[in-house]
Design a protein around this ligand. Structure first.
Ligand code: DGY
Length: 311
């Protein structure tokens, strides 16, 4: 019985699969082209893909005996869930273990944008730092700003906790109100009120380009947008325009397209801080994600209910 793992993973979680007598094939490249994925998935009973592997019906049909797709991620928008359901293939994910790391990175981006950390570092490194000046690189004070969270699952709530420690006021929008000590607003109200809008909602057909041009420009003038969820929640072209005057800045760990190609207009904007989808990239977090993916995969192969099922 063979398991295909589409990237090397930190930690020792894959040893557990080998100890159970499974053959583990790990792809060692930086990415796995679709044609190669199609070849290598043949004959696999289990698949551990990353967010960058599109797992569609074609992939599933190549892997005739495939029983489980154990995603190395909490997001599952890269998997055709309907196709998996139709074929009786289980799909699992890794919720919980990456909550704090992703919330940390969200705050890192918020601070970087609000206090112009990246601009400041470049200013110093490039030899422009000649004097202290009261008006040099003025940014936004977080204290007293309103943070509007769009999506209030585990990560949204972890961001809220951190924001309170910085003296921010928290409001949120979600599909349904939750018993939380923060005001629930409609998306339109939130965009009008929030000084910082942070996205924490899964990418689905309903949330695709949730922040379209109209909504981006409905945000407060001088507000900040943070996205550590999925790039396609935002209309990128409209965001570039909004960043040229309407918004104070944006902190983006995810983009559309992704990876964002060299020379993209977003890179030219000093008020956009872009990181390469590293929200969960704490070593311990990434090791835990591997353990959770392996546990889910083993559960399915051993006929147990997986702890984190999606399908
Ligand atoms: C996820 O888990 O969905 C992140 O995007 C990658 O860790």
């Amino acid at each position: 019985m063979r398991v295909l793992v589409t990237r090397t993973l930190p930690g020792k979680a894959l040893d557990r699969l080998r100890e159970r007598g499974l053959e583990v094939e790990v792809h060692r490249g930086l990415f796995l082209p679709k044609a190669e994925l199609l070849k290598r998935v043949e004959g696999a009973v289990g698949l551990i893909p990353t967010v960058e592997d599109r797992i569609d019906a074609e992939v599933m049909d190549r892997a005739k005996g495939l029983k489980v797709i154990a995603c190395y991620s909490v997001g599952v928008d890269h998997v055709d869930l309907e196709a998996a359901r139709e074929r009786g293939i289980r799909v699992t994910h890794t919720p919980g273990v990456l909550t704090e790391a992703t919330a940390d990175l969200t705050l890192a981006l918020l601070l970087a944008v609000a206090r112009r950390v990246v601009e400041g570092a470049a200013y110093a490194r490039d030899g422009l730092w000649k004097a202290w000046h009261p008006e040099l690189l003025l940014g936004l004070d977080l204290q007293g700003l309103t943070l509007g969270l769009v999506g209030m699952g585990r990560i949204g709530q972890a961001v809220a906790k951190r924001a309170l420690a910085f003296g921010m006021r928290v409001v949120y929008h979600a599909r349904t109100p939750k018993p939380l000590p923060y005001p629930f607003l409609s998306l339109e109200e939130l965009l009008k009120e929030a000084d910082v809008v942070s996205l924490h909602t899964p990418l689905t057909p309903e949330t695709h380009r949730l922040l379209n041009r109209e909504r981006l420009f409905a945000m407060k003038r001088g507000a900040i947008l943070l996205n550590t969820a999925r790039g396609a929640l935002v209309d990128t072209e409209a965001l570039v325009e909004a960043l040229r005057g309407h918004l104070f800045g944006a902190g983006l760990d995810v983009t559309d397209p992704e990876p964002l190609p060299p020379g993209h207009p977003l890179y030219a904007l000093p008020n956009a801080v872009i990181t390469p989808h590293i929200g969960s990239a704490g070593r311990t977090t990434r090791e835990r994600m591997a353990e959770v993916a392996v546990e889910n995969l083993l559960a399915v192969l051993e006929g147990r209910e997986p702890p984190n099922p999606v399908v």
